[in-house]
Design a protein around this ligand. Structure first.
Ligand code: AMP
Ligand code: MG
Length: 410
C-alpha cells in the first residue's frame, strides 16, 4: 500500500494523519492592529507584558476603616477618625498612629495603615469608631499581589476571550496586535446539490455542507469565501479550485473524495498540485483528502453531512487553528461515565453524537440511537461527541472521552 493510502488497504490512524497534516500548516496570516473592542475572538500575535504592578499600589478591598492592626487590642477598641479616602483619590498623607481613616473599595491605603476593617463590623461612636481586633493585612490588596511589572501576561497565539480583553484594558492597552482572520475558500461538490430556496428536481438534494461547514469556519473566527456548488466536471473544477487558491489561504471542499470514485475534483487537484487521499480510521468520515492546489493547502472533506461536520471539527479544525496562528489547537476531552455499552470493538475510532445527562448528581454521556454519516438531526440533538478508540469496548458506567461542541467551535 502507498503511504498516502490511495491504493486502499490499511486505515490510517487519525493521530498519525493529524501529525502529518500539521506538518503542512502554512505561516499564520499577517499581523494587524485592532482596537480592543474589535479584538474579541481574534488570535493574539505578540506576547503581552505588564507595564506596571497589579495592583499598582496598596488599596482597600472593602468599604470600611483603614488602620494599623497593632493599634486595636485583642478585645477590640475605639480609635478616633482621621479623614476619608474614596476610590479615585490620590494617595494621602501618612495615617497618624492610633487613628483610623474612613476608606472605600479601591481607594489607596495611606502610608502607615496596614489593615482594613469592613464597615459592617464597626460602630460609629463620637468622633471615632469602635472596632474588633484585626489581623494585619486584612482586606488590603497589596501592590503587585496579582502580578508584577514585566510579567508576561498573555502568550502569542491565544484566542482573545472577554477576560483577556478585560485584562488588556486593565493594563491600559488600547490596541492589540492580532493575526488577520484566516481566509478560507469553501466549495461544495456535487451535481445533485441545490441551494435552499430553490426547487428540487428528481434526484436532487439541498446543499447542507455549505452552511454547516461555513458555520464551523465562522465560529472559529475565520473569513469564509463561499464558491457555492462545484459541478462534477473537470474543467469547471480546475477553474474553480485555481481561482479559489489564488484568492484564499486555505481551500476546503466537501464531497467527491470517496475511495474508488472517479470524480473530477480529485483529478483537478492532481493537475493543479498534489493529492493525498486518505482512508482514515475514523467513523464517520473514512474518506478524507488532503493536498495542495496551486501552492495552497486543500482539505477535501467527505460529502455525507454528518461526516463532513465531524471531520471538519476533529481533523480540519486543528490544522485551520494552527494556520490561524493559535498555539492550543487540540481539544481537551472530558472523561465522563458512559450511559451505554459498546461491546463490539471497531477498527475505526468512533466519534458518536452524544448528549450529557445529569441524574442524581452524576453527569453521564448518552448516545443518539442513530449515528448514520448522512444524518445531521442527531448532531442537532447532541451536545458533543463521545470518542471511542479503535478496538475499544465499553461497559455502562465506564469512563468515555467527550468533546463538547462548545469547545470544538472556538
Ligand atoms: P460524495 O462524497 O460526493 O460521494 O457524497 C457522499 C454523499 O453525501 C452523497 O449522498 C451526496 O449526495 C452527499 N453530499 C455531498 N455533498 C453534500 C452537501 N454539500 N450537502 C448535502 N449532502 C451532500
Ligand atoms: Mg459527489
Amino acid at each position: 500500500m502507498s503511504a498516502c493510502g490511495c491504493s486502499g488497504g490499511a486505515l490510517r490512524p487519525i493521530d498519525e494523519a493529524l501529525d502529518e497534516l500539521m506538518q503542512h500548516v502554512p505561516l499564520p496570516p499577517a499581523v494587524e492592529h485592532v482596537p480592543l473592542e474589535k479584538a474579541l475572538g481574534r488570535t493574539l500575535a505578540e506576547p503581552t507584558y505588564a507595564a506596571f504592578d497589579m495592583p499598582a499600589w496598596d488599596n482597600s478591598a472593602m468599604d470600611g476603616y483603614a488602620l494599623r492592626a497593632a493599634d486595636v487590642p485583642a478585645e477590640g477598641g475605639w480609635l478616633p477618625l482621621d479623614g476619608r479616602i474614596a476610590a479615585g483619590d490620590a494617595a494621602q498623607a501618612a495615617l497618624p498612629p492610633g487613628r483610623a481613616v474612613r476608606i472605600f473599595t479601591g481607594a489607596p491605603l495611606p502610608p502607615g495603615a496596614d489593615s482594613v476593617v469592613p464597615q459592617e463590623q464597626v460602630t460609629l461612636e463620637g468622633e471615632g469608631v469602635r472596632l474588633p481586633a484585626v489581623e494585619i493585612g486584612a482586606n488590603v490588596r497589596r501592590q503587585g499581589e496579582e502580578f508584577a511589572a514585566g510579567s508576561c501576561m498573555l502568550a502569542a497565539g491565544i484566542r482573545l476571550r472577554p477576560q483577556e480583553i478585560g485584562l488588556l484594558a486593565s493594563l491600559g492597552i488600547a490596541e492589540v496586535a492580532v493575526h488577520r482572520p484566516l481566509r478560507v475558500g469553501l466549495l461544495s461538490s456535487g451535481n445533485e446539490l441545490r441551494e435552499p430556496g430553490q426547487a428540487l428536481a428528481a434526484g436532487q438534494i439541498y446543499n447542507a455542507n455549505r452552511y454547516s461547514l461555513g458555520g464551523v469556519l465562522r465560529s472559529l473566527g475565520m473569513e469564509v469565501h463561499d464558491y457555492g456548488i462545484l459541478v462534477d466536471e473537470l474543467a469547471a473544477s480546475r477553474d474553480a479550485l485555481s481561482l479559489a487558491a489564488s484568492e484564499w489561504d486555505v481551500l476546503i471542499t466537501s464531497g467527491g473524495v470517496s475511495v474508488g470514485e472517479e470524480d473530477h475534483l480529485k483529478q483537478a487537484v492532481r493537475e493543479l498540485g498534489e493529492l493525498h487521499l486518505w482512508r482514515l480510521a475514523i467513523q464517520p468520515g473514512k474518506p478524507l483528502a488532503f493536498g495542495e492546489v496551486c501552492g495552497k493547502p486543500w482539505i477535501g472533506l467527505p460529502g455525507n453531512p454528518a461526516a463532513a461536520l465531524i471531520t471538519a471539527l476533529v481533523v480540519a479544525r486543528p490544522f485551520l487553528l494552527r494556520a490561524q496562528g493559535r498555539i492550543r489547537v487540540m481539544p481537551q476531552p472530558l472523561r465522563l461515565a458512559a450511559d451505554f455499552h459498546w461491546r463490539q470493538g471497531n477498527p475505526r475510532r468512533q466519534y458518536l453524537r452524544a448528549r450529557l445527562k445529569t441524574e442524581a448528581g452524576e453527569t453521564r454521556v448518552t448516545l443518539h440511537p442513530r449515528q448514520g454519516s448522512a444524518m445531521l438531526a442527531p448532531a442537532c440533538w447532541a451536545d458533543g461527541l463521545a470518542v471511542i478508540d479503535c478496538g475499544r469496548t465499553l461497559e455502562e458506567g465506564e469512563l468515555v472521552d467527550f468533546l463538547p461542541f462548545s469547545e470544538l467551535l472556538e
